[in-house]
Write a protein that binds this ligand. Structure first.
Ligand code: IPE
Ligand code: IPE
Ligand code: MG
Length: 244
């Protein structure tokens, strides 16, 4: 018997249906290697693939990734334009493979402010992959939770909704994520313990998991650890604990 052989991690009981990831730490990852911040963003994009595949293997059906916040416009102009270019390039290079792998792509965020060409690329990616059902990759790009709520309120008013008829369910239908169930688990890499305006309505009862690992280093094993932690949590939704 070989005692050196690594034991397989125990199987997970409950897997989250929808995970949101705040992919933070790209800049520090690059800095630690004396590379420009942009190299960190590129490494970050490469990591999306492996985590997406790993999510499929674990049975996760929706992955929302925070790629660019409404506040990220305040970064230096060359970093902002680099991030815009990176999304365009990623769509160009990876759309076929994502489509072949059964990934449905959604976008959460404002189109205003994004160049006309990039808007076209985003619409094309959504259109091509709209019938795929292996996993949904929802890209939060030019996304802010407060902007999303304001956009919803504006449309509710424009639709002339009777204030008495407005419910949480109806309100959710006006959010960018109307096609999706609420996230069960929010993961933040890079060591901070804050939401930074991510899914502030939808994550009301999500479990929260933070790790110091920078996003480009967040691998399958780290994802497993987050899922195992989720599995150990008891979600109560304001009720009293269930008798064991
Ligand atoms: C997250 O990494 C990616 C984006 C916000 C686009 P950061 O760029 O915030 O990396 P740090 O936090 O500076 O290390
Ligand atoms: C959150 O990271 C936004 C994204 C990951 C896209 P930030 O680095 O922008 O957040 P703060 O500034 O630390 O709150
Ligand atoms: Mg950051």
């Amino acid at each position: 018997m070989n005692s050196q052989r690594p034991t397989a991690p125990p199987p997970l009981g409950r897997t989250p249906h929808h995970i949101g990831i705040i992919m933070d730490g790209n800049g520090r990852w690059a800095q630690a290697r004396s590379l420009p911040r942009f190299a960190g963003h590129q490494a970050g994009v490469d990591n999306i693939r492996r985590i997406l595949e790993s999510c499929v293997e674990f049975g996760v059906k929706v992955l929302t990734i925070y790629a660019f916040s409404t506040e990220n416009w305040h970064r230096p102009p060359d970093e902002v334009s680099g991030l815009m270019r990176l999304l365009g390039l990623t769509i160009q290079r990876q759309l076929n493979e994502l489509h072949k792998n059964g990934v449905r792509i959604l976008h959460s965020g404002r189109m205003d402010g994004i160049s006309h060409h990039l808007q076209e690329q985003i619409r094309h990616a959504l259109d091509v992959t709209r019938y795929n059902d292996r996993i949904t990759l929802n890209v939060a790009f030019n996304y802010g939770g407060r902007a999303e709520i304001l956009d919803a309120v504006r449309r509710i008013i424009a639709d002339g909704i009777d204030p008495e008829a407005l419910s949480e369910e109806l309100f959710s239908q006006y959010l960018y994520t109307s096609a999706l169930p609420d996230p069960d688990l929010i993961i933040r890499t890079g060591g901070e313990w804050r939401l930074s305006n991510f899914l502030i309505w939808q994550a009301a009862y999500a479990e929260y998991y933070a790790t110091p690992t920078y996003w480009p280093d967040f691998d399958e094993k780290e994802l497993y650890n987050a899922l195992a932690e989720y599995d150990r949590r008891e979600r109560r939704f304001g009720r009293v604990p269930s008798p064991s």
